[in-house]
Design a protein around this ligand. Structure first.
Ligand code: ADP
Ligand code: GLC
Length: 545
């Protein structure tokens, strides 16, 4: 097609990425963030990424300069129009099947909070179309490799394996093993899978069809989103029933930590931040705390330890533990701000807490990118009490914005944070507070430790600084992805300067900007006020069902 150009730099590998969500078009969590930021990152390493997405209304709306690439009359019983185009710098193939995807709101859940009954078919069609592209269905483009994400894209490798054509190798990214995409065995025919795929164990998982299981079994490479998670999921405790197969495939399993987009998360330019600031500008952070407290209706006390949480409110995230612990926190001078949606019971607990402790606790039970950004620019510490956390992005957001993470010692959290034990504090290397196991009592002790450190202003400032200078970018992680994909396809990686960069990065405007930059502050509008409307905000609930 003529209108759609390749990126300018030397491209040595064509990659098809397949996922159920992609920021900034549709997102329920970190999966969307990663799928949305990887293409630009991989572009710096000679990889041209095109992403296949379901034709949700939000995705179709975002597509500009589009054209109908091809029509398939019958993909698992559905007529598919494949649309190709660009959306905010991302090259997309959108699988347009109104019967399956023309549903607003959360991509995976019906308005009653339950998974859509036809989710199996919705994501099987996505996988099938992606496999057809992989096998050469398009006249003008064929990928050299496929990167599939989570269970939604879990069948791509299986469809490719059972095709009578030369097909590209698949690397599957495990973002969260808790969501597996399990469907009844009698769907084999409807999914267009040969009996052999079941009988050989490729897709069979305890008598059902498992999309995630299939990906783990069949893909050429497996990537988990942190090195520690790669180890954890090989144990019966954390393997969610898939630890055996993961152990058997350990030789192709690699843990690569996520990064975040430093342009999206820059407190110097972020429109959601009242008083923009660079590293070390503690005065601006104090001012942000003050206006945030006012906006959220909390007493404007600089000495109160202000804790924040931006999260899906689920048991994975330990949100139930925090709700249970909160009354004990409020006996002290501690304030808590929560921005989140998720399990109904947990949301109710937080609403009740806000009613009982209006001077200590404020909860915004909704999805708001704006508040999510603003919170980290204002709170002293960000809570991440996860029971398990494959990677986690909020610790990166917190660190980047000068909020000290207080986190469970699991998964990607332990790969990122240096606990403020006395040795680390003495050495000046601490950047967070870790606790384990994940219980109310251990979290309480961690928060008490934080309170102590918070009173030691120089120590706290050092931790904030260490966090802000920690490399949370995609630079080195993108290089690891690129190396793996190049190796998988027998190519030589393209070395880039960024691969060896250490924080702070010269290109990072946050670390180099003059500290005096201070655009006029925008004052908040009140307790529920949403100041900035330009940042995407849409309803969501709490799972990747
Ligand atoms: P997970 O993907 O398991 O939910 P991550 O920490 O990887 O956890 O990513 C969560 C992403 O979703 C982050 O970008 C976080 O800021 C965002 N997020 C979660 N809940 C909300 C919310 N209520 N409002 C705004 N952003 C949210
Ligand atoms: C998952 C995980 C989270 C991870 C995200 C992006 O949703 O729960 O830990 O950061 O995917 O990889």
């Amino acid at each position: 097609m003529s209108k759609i150009q390749h990126p300018a730099q030397d491209i040595t590998l064509q990659l098809l990425s397949v996922a159920g969500e992609m920021y900034p078009f549709i997102k329920t969590g970190g999966l969307g963030d990663v799928v949305g930021s990887l293409p630009a990152v991989l572009g710096q390493h000679g990889i041209d990424t095109r992403t296949v997405l379901p034709g949700y209304p939000a995705v179709l709306r975002a597509l500009s300069d589009q054209q109908e690439t091809i029509r398939f009359d019958n993909v698992l019983g559905h007529a598919v129009t494949l649309r190709e185009g660009w959306a905010q710098g991302r090259h997309l193939y959108v699988v347009d099947v109104p019967d399956l995807y023309a549903r607003p709101g959360n991509p995976y859940l019906a308005p009653d909070g339950q998974p859509w009954a036809d989710n199996g078919m919705r994501y099987a069609v996505l996988c099938r179309v992606a496999a057809m592209i992989g096998a050469g269905a398009l006249a003008d483009w064929k990928p050299d490799a496929v990167l599939s994400h989570d269970w939604h894209a879990g069948l791509v490798a299986t469809y490719l394996k059972y095709m009578d054509a030369p097909t590209p190798p698949v690397a599957h990214v495990i973002h969260n093993l808790a969501f597996q995409g399990l469907f009844p065995r009698d769907m084999m025919g409807a999914f267009g899978l040969p009996d052999q795929a079941y009988d050989s164990g490729d897709v069979e998982f305890y008598g059902q069809i498992g999309f995630m299981k299939a990906a783990l079994q069949v893909s050429h490479r497996l990537i988990s989103v942190s090195p520690t998670y790669a180890e954890e999921i090989q144990t019966p405790e954390e393997g969610m029933g898939l630890d055996g197969i993961l152990r058997s495939r350990a030789n192709v399993l690699t843990g690569i930590l996520n990064g975040i987009d430093l342009r999206e998360w820059n407190p110097l330019t972020d429109p959601a931040v009242f008083f923009p600031y660079a590293v070390g500008d503690l005065a601006a952070r104090r001012a942000n705390k003050r206006v945030f407290q006012a906006e959220f209706g909390l007493p404007q006390d600089p000495d109160a330890l202000l804790l924040g949480m931006v999260s899906r409110l689920t048991t994975q995230k330990g949100a139930d533990l925090l709700a249970g612990l909160a009354p004990r926190l409020f006996e002290d001078n501690i304030q808590l701000a929560v921005v989140g949606t998720g399990d109904r019971d947990i949301m109710q607990s937080f609403t009740q807490l806000q009613g009982r402790y209006p001077k200590n606790c404020v909860c915004h039970m909704r999805y708001s990118e704006t508040l999510g950004h603003r919170l980290h620019s204002a709170v002293d510490a960000s809570l991440i009490p996860s029971r398990f956390e494959p990677c986690g992005l909020t610790q990166f957001h917190a660190m980047r914005y000068g909020s000290v993470p207080i986190a469970a010692r699991v998964g990607g959290l332990s790969d990122t944070l240096v606990d403020a034990n006395s040795a680390a504090v003495m050495e000046g290397v601490a950047n967070g507070i870790l606790f384990s196991p994940t219980t109310e009592d251990t979290m309480l002790l961690a928060i008490r430790r934080a309170q102590n450190l918070f009173r030691q202003k120089a120590v706290w400032a050092r931790m904030q600084r260490n966090g802000a200078l920690h490399d949370v970018s995609w630079d080195s992680k993108g290089a690891q992805y690129a190396r793996l994909l190049m190796e998988m396809t027998g190519r030589r990686p393209v070395a880039r300067e960024a691969e060896n960069a250490i924080a702070p990065r010269r290109s990072d405007p946050m670390s180099s900007a003059p500290r005096t930059v201070r655009p006029a502050a925008r004052m908040p509008r009140g307790r529920n006020g949403e100041q900035v409307s330009s940042i995407l905000s849409f309803p969501r609930t709490g799972t990747h069902a």
